[in-house]
Design a protein around this ligand. Sequence first.
Ligand code: ADP
Ligand code: MG
Length: 254
Amino acid sequence: MSGATIEVRGLHKSFGDHEVLRGVDLTVPAGTVTVVLGPSGSGKSTLLRLINHLEKPARGVVSIDGELIGYRRSGDRLHELREREVLRQRTRIGFVFQNFNLFPHLTVLENLVEAPVSALGRPRAAVRELALELLGRVGLADKADEYPRRLSGGQQQRVAIARALALEPKVLLFDEPTSALDPELVGEVLDVIKDLARAGSTMVVVTHEIGFAREVADTVVFMDGGVVVEQGPPEQVLDRPEHPRTRAFLAKVL
Ligand code: ADP
Ligand code: MG
């Protein structure tokens, strides 16, 4: 799987008079993994939602392989893209949520096939073939015809990851993918994400799993209060944090 570079420049976002992102810059080079850490309320989910334009920024831009997300540039002006165009862009940005968000009335296989067929117009037979291959990759080939409620949380999250992959995304965003899981199911989901990292996917993973960050991240980003407080390789940010806020946070989660 090949990845694309994500660039975030000067991102600001407010809800009412609460400034949730206060100028975030981030570069995730193609084929690398960035793990985002930070206390609850620091703006991590908002950052991911702005990357795929589920929220509009107050200021700043996101681009993926140089393509602006949500806007078209003409001269030095930005024009908002039509909803259709934004939806098209969003299909190539895989998003995996804390709570899986599978379609309960569709089988596992149908969950994977739905969007590529309806949103991208891909031929159903080819998508089915890809979907079965992806289910094999996440270790669930035998669950294709089950309904989500019959699966464990770990299995459901692996289906959600396969569903994101079925759209052949350029990048993958994970928002606390294991925090809704019983502890004994966390490992199987992290293993799938690790495989994707090894295969060269570009990923941003919001997680509190420090061991995972240490093993998989190229870059660890620590956010607090809507800004990136500190970022660098895991051994720097996790073992020799420079900022007192990073140290205080790590002391709580380690
Ligand atoms: P994190 O994921 O780091 O816990 P979030 O990005 O979810 O943080 O939220 C950052 C802040 O923005 C929180 O104070 C949250 O309450 C607020 N917030 C997030 N989304 C909304 C929204 N849609 N409306 C109002 N406030 C929001
Ligand atoms: Mg969050």
